[in-house]
Design a protein around this ligand. Structure first.
Ligand code: KG4
Ligand code: ZN
Length: 311
């Protein structure tokens, strides 16, 4: 409800600012794309009502978009288009495999064409971003936790902290489902393992975990997540003879994950598409561009918000 109230307040202000600063004439807008889901329904609904009123006022079509398609499209926006012409997406070969990692989702999607998606793997419980956020909270770091964990882990790398790869190591976390022969994930056990690890370290030191240990935990957590993602994507690329790899969603801002997938793409000689900086987190450009590629269907009139909309 708090998010809904903020949307109600901010959308008209944002729209006025957009029209003023972009110099776009309202009469030149030919369609409006709005997120239908997935997400928090009251907040989605506020966006839909606002967009619908605007589409009626301007007598133009309104298109319901999927937030996760937006994340796929965000990875295909050429750097040069920022601030200039937004209509063109990078052309890629199909089938492509997309790994979508955000606060609410962890999905592997097979893409036969833009608009033709099949989910071939997903998390059974927590999303990757959610796991980052929860582990950050355990380390008493602010929200969103992903960038905070990433900073700690990068500091650990600079300090050359190394975690021994045997299970007797003081700081060693599991890689859930890494050897399962499917493309699904599970991150809630990893999160619980961090909780127990922190308790154990805290007890040993009378609740006084050193900064070095915090960095080591962040490093080990980030590496555990990345290794699982890499193993599943390697399997997906092989099983589906993919010709392109797309990674999208807020977690792609993570430096270690980006670098690891850049290396994987080189090793597999597969073109990799990542969102440019500023476009990995939620943004309106990805929804506008997904809308610019979509077909207008008369049946789309009068749609509702769908909190659990799937690709
Ligand atoms: O796609 P997004 O902006 O929102 C959703 O659709 O959920 O993703 C947000 C998620 C949050 O969980 C946040 O902690 C995570 O992305 N995130 C990161 C980093 N930056 C944002 N996770 C790991 N490392 C980062 N640098
Ligand atoms: Zn998102």
């Amino acid at each position: 409800m708090l998010a809904k109230r903020e949307h109600l307040k901010n959308l008209p202000i944002l729209y006025k600012k957009l029209i003023k600063e972009s110099g776009i004439e309202e009469s030149k807008i030919d369609r409006i794309a709005v997120t239908q889901g997935p997400g928090l329904e009251p907040a989605l609904w506020t966006g839909i009502v606002f967009a619908r009123e605007l589409s009626v006022k301007l007598s133009i079509p309104l298109l319901p978009m999927n937030h996760m398609e937006g994340h796929i499209v965000a990875s295909l926006i050429p750097d040069t288009s920022l601030g200039k012409e937004f209509k063109i997406l990078k052309t890629i070969d199909f089938p492509a495999i997309a790994l979508l990692i955000s606060g609410g989702h962890t999905e592997i999607v097979k893409i036969k064409a833009i608009g033709e998606y099949e989910i071939i793997g997903q998390t059974r419980d927590d999303a990757v971003g959610e796991a980052f956020d929860k582990v950050a909270r355990m380390l008493e770091l602010p929200y969103p936790g992903g960038p905070e964990i990433s900073k700690l882990a990068e500091d650990a790398r600079k300090d050359n902290i190394k975690i021994k790869k045997d299970s007797n190591s003081e700081i060693r976390l599991p890689r859930p489902m890494i050897h399962s022969k499917d493309l699904n994930f599970s991150f809630s056990g990893l999160k619980t393992a961090v909780l127990y690890l922190l308790k154990k370290l805290g007890n040993d030191l009378e609740n006084n975990i050193s900064l070095k240990q915090r960095r080591a935990v962040a490093l080990e957590f980030e590496e555990a997540v990345t290794e699982v993602l890499v193993s599943k994507i390697t399997l997906a690329l092989e099983l589906h003879e993919a010709k392109a790899l797309i990674i999208g969603g807020g977690v792609v801002a993570n430096i270690h994950i980006r670098k690891t997938f850049e290396k994987l793409a080189l090793d597999h000689s597969i073109p990799l598409y990542l969102p440019s900086s500023g476009l990995s987190g939620d943004n309106a450009l990805m929804i506008a561009l997904a809308g610019s590629k979509a077909t207008i269907k008369p049946s789309d009139e009068g749609f509702n918000a769908k909190g659990n909309l799937s690709l």
